[in-house]
Write a protein that binds this ligand. Sequence first.
Ligand code: PLP
Length: 499
Amino acid sequence: MISLLYVPSMAARSSAVIDLVKAALHRDHVGAQVAEDLRGERAHHHRGQVEHPHAVRRSLSVIVELSAMIETMGHIEPAHKSAFWNPFANMAALAGKAITIVGGEGCTVYDADGRAYLDALASLWYCNVGYGRAELAEAADAQMREIAGFQTFEYYTNPPADALCTRIADLVPMSGAKVFLTPGGGSDAVDTAGKLARAYWRAVGEPNRQVIISRSHAYHGMNAYGTSLGGIPLLTEAFTPLVSHVEQVPWDDPTALEKTIEMLGKDRVAAFFCEPVIGAGGVYPPPEGYLRAVREICRRHNVLFVADEVITGYGRVGTWFASERFGLDPDVITSAKGLSSGYLPIGAVIVGPRVAEPFWQPGATAVFRHGYTYSGHPAAAAVALANLDLIEREKLIERVAALEPVLAATVAPLSEHPGVSAVRSGTGLLAAVEIAEDLRAAGPAIGQRLVAAVRDRGVITRLLRGVALQISPPFVITEAELARITEAFAGAFDEVRRG
Ligand SMILES: Cc1ncc(COP(=O)(O)O)c(C=O)c1O
């Protein structure tokens, strides 16, 4: 058995060559045949395996030659010496094995070895318009040639930031909204909203309203507020309490919210943070009547309702915002991800008139003393505007609405699989396939084995809260691609159950 390896670029060649030689030196039966001209610039590359004794002999002589080449390549570090520290990864196990993604087109991304993967995640719920959209790169390019970045603290603004905020205010189901741009994504938006909630109550003369309530299973990002509000114990227990005055209620129980507000006492609660569809906690669409009930409770107790739409904003549930679909009438919306489809990082906190008023009304003296170096970054704003144009022009939100039942019908048969305990879908392009408890009982590595087995079938998914596999594809996904995702999941569950 020998490995065929065609290597596309000098950088990839160097680490690949080193790996190749190591493999040959350390394993029996492994030889290597390097494609005709290793020094040539081949765009096409491929990894495969064949059995051929002549090739093995030839490969071994090539390896000797390669060893000499490597001697002269001392300055090129092998991949496992990378200093890149992956978020959420066990680096002791991952170092040197990370998959290097080098390109993308539509719903497909490519790794450095030329392998194609159908991305069932839209990266991390964000690449809604798909990969390879030249017009978004052109929007960044054009803006950077004017002015790439300039701060917006206190006095300054710029045309794309202004236009983007007006555009978002027009799209959102609130009249008279104001928009506070954040640079990093959803976590910045959540921290901004948490601080704004407290600043608002102080500005209107109720400084005791400081408590923020969130839900079990909730994910609100990884900055201090988001971590403190999170409802996934594994992600919070090493850090909390970061922000004081946070409380948590069961994700599906409106009565628990009301009791907690009452238990905390009159005029103590500033806001309730709520993902309309719980995302990273495992994709839980709202139980029937839940959102209406909690919205009403917040109104009754004068608690701000913050809809965390970092995943659901900009079309993922078939409307511009989930707040529109579920009639939420929120006081504040946090958003990011789909705002730019991730072509450049940017987020937006969208503030309804009630919360904006003490800061905006004529003669107001309250100042929201908060912001980031890159708030209102012109290049990121220009890309976001081009992204919204694209979503509108290609009617991608209508497409999500049309694909919602298709996705649900395509993944539904997975619920019959003995390795699956539930399939959640039916709200936009969002689904989760929950791993049956007896399969999970086989060991904590089962989820990651499933993720790897799906990837071996050419599809990228990931594990949510240790219990479910995520599906949240780009809006441009086709029905055939949805079927491929389901096939890969079914095959992976078969494989892992076989042991
Ligand atoms: C609902 C929600 N809020 C906040 C965040 C944090 O966003 P980011 O990772 O862009 O900081 C996420 C990320 O997935 C999210 O799903």
